[in-house]
Design a protein around this ligand. Structure first.
Ligand SMILES: [Zn+2]
Length: 294
């Protein structure tokens, strides 16, 4: 019996010991879990200390930074250069054609990537239909210069300029299918194209174009018109205008034209055509309120 009692006692001690271990384990676990609970930490220690953080991206490495900066500066510089070059525009215009050599003129313009505008006379359009069609096909601007090119005929009445332009317009349309409203009157708008005359052409939607620079190419058969135009460009640009240049569709001008086009290209000019969306430039009686042969 004593042995049995002893054994039971032993068993009780063992069970108590086991319970104590279990209790210690449970208490220990719950203590640890309260440490892991952030709220418990807040309750115990107040709000957590705020660790300062960087609110900007880390600086790129100096080598990378230099490259990005250099690249973007170079890009900007190129864009600006392009813009400046874009602003260097001239409008080449050729009157009185098409001549028998107009095809050669188109070849030269093409070589230099130049566009241009042709103010043409009805009889010459009829005479050289193919080259006029080529002008249209290749994207040049076609305009009207009348029929007679005789001041005493063209400006005879206030309606005669309108009638010549309408006839020229119909001829051009018949040959090319293009109905243009771009006009240039023979010898320019001053002094003959009086207000009463202009009202007639304006009523039909015609846009009257004069020029900033007279090449005076008709004055000689040499190349002197080239320097005349170059000087003119520099003068007109001083007024902040994109110059409209008057030349003629004629042999000697065509012969020396490459000299002018090379200068324009070398100096980064874009040679454009006039179009009907532009505000037509005409004389404001500056330096030219007088009869003027051309
Ligand atoms: Zn003319």
């Amino acid at each position: 019996m004593t042995n049995r009692r002893k054994q039971r006692k032993k068993r009780i001690y063992f069970e108590l010991g086991l319970l104590a271990i279990v209790l210690l384990f449970v208490v220990g676990f719950s203590f640890r879990s309260s440490d892991d609970d952030p709220m418990a930490a807040v309750k115990k220690e107040g709000p957590p200390i705020k660790v300062p953080t960087l609110d900007f991206a880390p600086e790129p490495k100096p080598i990378l930074k230099g490259t990005i900066l250099a690249d973007s500066m170079k890009k900007k510089e190129q864009e600006l250069k392009k813009q400046n070059e874009k602003q260097k525009i001239v409008y080449l215009t050729f009157d009185d054609g098409p001549s028998a050599e107009a095809s050669k003129l188109l070849d030269i313009l093409d070589t230099y990537g130049a566009s241009a505008t042709f103010f043409m006379l009805a009889p010459h359009i009829k005479e050289h239909k193919d080259v006029v069609k080529r002008m249209v096909n290749e994207g040049y601007a076609v305009g009207l210069h009348g029929v007679t090119h005789d001041a005493s005929q063209f400006y005879r009445t206030k309606k005669s300029p309108l009638h010549e332009m309408l006839e020229d317009q119909a001829v051009l349309q018949e040959v090319t299918g293009v109905k243009t409203t771009l006009i240039r009157t023979p010898y320019g708008s001053i002094p003959y194209m009086l207000d009463s005359y202009r009202k007639e052409t304006e009523a039909y939607g015609f846009q009257l174009w004069d020029w900033h620079i007279d090449s005076e190419d008709w004055k000689s058969n040499g190349s002197s018109f080239v320097s005349q135009v170059i000087n003119g460009i520099q003068r007109v640009e001083g007024y902040g205008e994109h110059p409209v240049i008057l030349m003629h569709d004629r042999g000697p001008t065509i012969q020396y034209l490459p000299k002018l086009l090379k200068w324009l290209k070398d100096n980064h000019y874009v040679m454009k055509k006039l179009d009907e969306s532009m505000d037509a430039y005409h004389f404001k009686c500056e330096n030219r309120c007088r009869p003027y042969g051309h």
